[in-house]
Each structure stands twice: as C-alpha cells, then as structure tokens.
Design a protein around this ligand. Structure first.
Ligand SMILES: Cc1cc2nc3c(=O)[nH]c(=O)nc-3n(C[C@H](O)[C@H](O)[C@H](O)COP(=O)(O)OP(=O)(O)OC[C@H]3O[C@@H](n4cnc5c(N)ncnc54)[C@H](O)[C@@H]3O)c2cc1C
Length: 417
C-alpha cells in the first residue's frame, strides 16, 4: 500500500540510500538533483569505508570500541559521544546491506575484504573498491538499487516551501538550462545535498558542492552547528595556480607507507604526532601549512609525498596514478607535489541520529547534516559510512512521522514561483 506522499532528496550516498529505503517503506519518492544523477562528492571518494566487520576477517586487535575511540579522538573533544556510538555501531549492518546489494569491494589474498589504514585510525579497518575508487562503486551500486525511481535531474533546489506554521512542505526549484522556476510539493523533504568545498579557492570537491542545502535549511529556520570546522585534506595534487577541484591523493597512500617531505627532503611529520604521517587530518594539514610558512628548501606553496617505495603503485591506486600521469608525474619515480585543500564540512544542519532537524517536515542526511559524529575533524572514511547509515534512518524517520500523524498536510505560504 503506497502512502500518497511526495518525498524529496538528492543523489549521493545519503540521498540514494534514503530514497531506496523510502520506496521499500511504501513512500512515494522523488529524487531531485541539480546535475546528473552521479554528480556530487560520493563518486569521487577514494580511500574507502571505515567499518569493523568481524565476520569478514577484521584484524584481531580491532573492535567497535576502538573505532569509536578513534572517531572521538580525531574530533578533538567536540563529537557527540552518543551519536558516534550510534552511527559507527550501525556501520556493519549498513555495509553488509551494500555488499548484499552487489557492491564489489577489493579482497586480499585469502579472499576476505582487503583493509587499509588511514589517518587517525589505530587499526587496518578501511575497506575499499577498485583500489582507490570506492565512491564510484558505492554510487554505482546505489544507482542500480534506485533504478526505476522518478528522478528530476538538472533541478536546483533553492528554497523550502513552508506553511503558515513554519512546517516544510516542499521546495522551490530552478529547472533546466533556462533556470525555469517551479515547485515540488512534499509532505517531507530530506536534504542530502552534500558539502561546500567549492566555497574555497581550491578543494577536492566537484562543482556541485556549494553548500546549497545548508543555506536552504537556514532560511527555513533550521539550526546549524560546527560550520567553522571545514576539514582540509592534507594532500591534493599540487599544480601551479590551480583553482576549483584538485585531484585528491588519498590518505591510503600514506597508509601504504608514503611519507611527507619538504623540498629539502626533510620529513614533515617527524616529531609532530605519535601517529606520524597517519596523524588525524587536521594535524597533518596544520603541520604542512606550518612547514610552508617557514619554507625550508625555498618552496613555500607545496610539499611532497614520497611514495616511491610503494611497488605496483598504479595497480593499487589507479585514480591517483592517472591524475599524476596527466600532470607528468610518475609516483614510482618522483615524489608527488601536494598541498592541503578544502575537503569536508564537519558541521551542517543540526539533526538527531534519525535525520530530524528542528523544523517539522525537514530532514537532513550525509555531509549537509551535523549529527555530532565528526566534531571538529572527521575521522577518515567515516563519511560514506555516515551517508549509508543516516540516509536509511532519515527515510525511516519520515515514515514513522507520517505514520504517527506528525506531518499534517498544509498549504504553502505564497512566494515567488
Ligand atoms: C575527492 C574526495 C574523496 C573522498 N574520499 C572519501 C573516502 O574515501 N571515504 C569517505 O568516507 N568519504 C570520502 N569523501 C567524502 C564523501 O565522499 C562525502 O562526504 C560523501 O560522499 C557525501 O555524500 P552526500 O550524499 O552527503 O553528498 P554528495 O555525494 O555530494 O551528493 C549531493 C547531491 O546533492 C546534489 N545537490 C547539491 N545541491 C543541490 C541543490 N541545490 N538542488 C538539488 N540537488 C543538489 C548534488 O548534485 C549531488 O547529487 C571524499 C570526498 C571527496 C570530494
């Protein structure tokens, strides 16, 4: 039995997970996205998904408690501990669901899921796909699951429709190349519009990541928090005068043994943090920035990632190798020039651990949301995990709220159309 409800979302890991779950729950669902379906941060994710999967041969010294502790430590004391345990704890189920749905993750020689380590992790727990193309596989798998769902591509959501009492009841959109104004009416709106890296001069994020969902939510009266915590990834590929999206050099390269050096060949992370080159991202980015400011070796706009010790680099990191090749760099011979760039919005629209904002009818999931998982600094590879967990929960919250009669039908206040 289908509930006569229009329900709206966007098309990354959080939005598609939410949409697929909403359909399972019998909700009439519409996916609205400002570009094409695969646009957004998700398909660019490289390193992997952080998750402890005991049945899949997690290393003996790893545990859910250790993953929680690493997340809290990376977050600099500003995570919500209950949210961390709730979301990280739901990770294994979320990843198993993805695997059952046909996601192809890389295996090790024993046929178990291969695992790598990234900054801030005390164990090898990051699973990956296609070497360094995890996001593309997650996106592919979710698009297959979402096949047949109604999708409006090239529709930019610009504002929420609200009732006289402030309840959200849809969105205003600009459609197509002429930006034709229109409205999408909905009993519930799930924002899953991703991050805001494009607000910065250089970023790892694609051009869709302009913080639209955050602006929309604030105008609708929702609360936001931790917006000052924008994570700078320590290593995007440096090219002179680069602007906009810069190719990422995944942290997993350091997980496999690469080290940061300055132009004089001196180690950047030596003596800075007990985890050395695998310290949390904020620590590594700050150390690089400090080293650039003092400029030993006479170079003040980049350092180098020496990955020459990693045999078979191109097979293990095909995405990074291709970006390096395009810039004329062979990582097996040359140190890779790198620099920090804006990467991830740790804060966002405040939600509970079920995606509810403080505005009736408005939900948020994924990078646009602030659940308390990340605090001041996201632990590497916790974001795809959050999208998988919170997308599903947001859909379930919508269904529960509709079922409990908490989302009455309401007329939108007049506004520009
Ligand atoms: C290069 C790179 C590497 C990364 N590597 C990893 C990793 O290894 N592991 C990890 O966990 N995380 C990683 N991340 C972070 C992670 O990919 C993102 O945080 C996550 O994919 C965000 O998912 P999302 O569903 O919230 O948003 P997105 O995937 O960004 O999707 C947002 C969607 O909303 C749409 N949209 C935006 N604005 C509007 C609007 N106004 N109207 C309509 N639609 C709109 C977009 O077009 C897009 O479809 C990486 C990010 C980048 C950029």
């Amino acid at each position: 039995m289908r509930t006569p409800t229009w329900w709206w979302s966007a098309a990354g890991v959080a939005g598609l997970t939410a949409a697929v779950r909403a359909v399972e729950l019998g909700l009439r669902t519409l996916v609205v996205t400002k570009g094409r379906l695969p646009d957004g941060n998700t398909r660019w994710a490289q390193g992997g998904v952080a998750v402890v999967l005991p049945d899949e041969g997690a290393s003996g010294d790893d545990s859910l408690d250790a993953h929680v502790a690493d997340t809290l430590a990376a977050g600099g004391g500003l995570c919500d501990a209950a949210a961390v345990r709730s979301i990280v704890g739901a990770g294994p189920d979320a990843v198993n669901r993805l695997l059952r749905g046909g996601a192809r993750f890389d295996s090790d020689a024993s046929g178990r899921l291969a695992r790598t380590r990234e900054g801030g992790h005390s164990a090898f727990r990051v699973i990956r796909a296609g070497g360094d193309a995890t996001g593309a596989e997650v996106q592919r798998c979710l698009e297959v699951a979402a096949e047949g769902l109604p999708v409006l591509e090239h529709h930019v959501a610009v504002d929420a429709l609200t009732t006289a009492s402030g309840q959200v009841c849809g969105v205003r959109v600009l459609a197509g190349p002429d930006a034709t104004p229109g409205v999408v009416r909905a009993r519930a709106v799930v924002l899953a519009t991703g991050g805001l890296g494009q607000l910065y001069r250089s970023t790892s994020n694609p051009e869709q990541a302009t913080g639209d969902g955050l602006a929309l939510a604030l105008r609708a009266g929702a609360s936001a928090a931790d917006l000052e915590f924008v994570q700078f990834h320590p290593t995007v590929l440096y090219t002179p005068r680069a602007k906009g999206r810069c190719p990422l050099v995944t942290e997993a390269v350091r997980g496999e043994g690469a080290v940061l050096v300055d132009a004089a060949g001196r180690r950047v992370m030596q003596g800075v943090h007990p985890l050395g080159d695998l310290a949390p991202r904020d620590v590594v980015s700050a150390a690089i920035t400090h080293r650039l400011a003092s400029a030993p070796g006479g170079v003040d706009d980049h350092v180098y990632l020496d990955a020459t010790g990693i045999a078979g680099f191109a097979a293990r990191f095909p995405t990074v190798a291709a970006a390096c090749a395009a810039a004329g760099i062979d990582p097996e011979r040359d140190p890779i020039p790198v620099v920090p760039a804006a990467h991830f919005a740790c804060g966002g629209v405040v939600t509970d651990t079920h995606g509810r904002t403080d505005v009736l009818g408005l939900y948020a999931a994924g990078e646009v949301a602030r659940t308390g998982l990340h605090g001041a600094n996201r632990l590497a590879s916790n974001s795809l995990l959050e999208g998988l967990v919170m997308g599903r929960r947001a859909a379930e919250a919508v269904a529960a709220d509709l079922g409990a009669g908490r989302l009455p039908r309401g007329e939108a206040r007049p506004g520009p159309v």
